[in-house]
Design a protein around this ligand. Sequence first.
Ligand code: NDP
Ligand SMILES: O=C(CO)[C@@H](O)[C@H](O)[C@@H](O)C(=O)O
Length: 250
Amino acid sequence: MNLPRTPSLQLTGKRALVTGASQGIGFACACALAQAGACVTLMARSEETLNSAVSALRAAGLQAKGLALDVTDHAALKKAIEGQAFDILVNNAGTNRPKPLNEITDDDYAAVMDLNVRSTYFTTQTVVQHMPAGGSVINISSQMGHVGAVNRSLYCASKAAVEGMTKAMAVELGPREIRVNTVCPTFIETPMTKPFFAEPGFKERVLANIPLGRLGQIEDLMGPVVFLASPASALVTGSALMVDGGWTAH
Ligand SMILES: NC(=O)C1=CN([C@@H]2O[C@H](COP(=O)(O)OP(=O)(O)OC[C@H]3O[C@@H](n4cnc5c(N)ncnc54)[C@H](OP(=O)(O)O)[C@@H]3O)[C@@H](O)[C@H]2O)C=CC1
Ligand SMILES: O=C(CO)[C@@H](O)[C@H](O)[C@@H](O)C(=O)O
């Protein structure tokens, strides 16, 4: 009797692009994909931080390239990756400006929506033009795309928009055998969230909502990203993979 076989999690020969990859969650995603065998292009604005990240991967014997670019500048993105095909796209670059609803300005709105929503939308539009069948788009959303939180109306709106575009793009790109999914982390201490963790009582309030009883770590995203990039998730599209310790389960 032939036993069914677990599809491979290996990404050897695959080309991946990760936005916001010089630190935090994006860096962990880039490491995960490279450790699974992919050749990874890491994108971020600061050339210095990006070079350190790329050097760290290369020093570990992994295949990595750097692309110093502002991901909100589509024209520059289009030009930089012209003629290149990627099998995997991780839209990770994102930001947050937590404030009460009545203090959010037009500038806050534009900054958060521009990076979290508009750049995710148009980076995907650009990259999928040359993405082959079997390709995978992974949007780093958040548990906040599924629940509300005080002072997070703008961020929650942006991540809910990412959830919406993910489903619609999954439907539209399905016939080309391109899958589109989100990964939704809970709170993880990174350069973005460090100032929030410094607020008195913040960590305790976060932990009170996580049934598994601990904060996330960047390593918690690595398995989910490799899974969604690989044939192990071949029939998974339009879905949200919660990496939230159970926050949204209650
Ligand atoms: N940390 C957390 O608790 C959680 C984070 N998330 C999401 O994960 C993603 C990453 O978050 P996190 O790692 O914390 O963020 P960080 O701020 O620590 O890292 C952001 C990365 O994105 C890059 N970046 C920022 N703006 C741009 C831009 N305009 N163009 C290109 N690159 C850019 C930064 O480099 P540079 O500044 O040099 O461009 C950096 O590499 C975000 O989408 C966030 O919403 C989701 C849930 C939880
Ligand atoms: O998405 C997140 C948690 O799921 C975090 O990035 C937070 O929203 C953080 O940015 C915050 O608002 O404190």
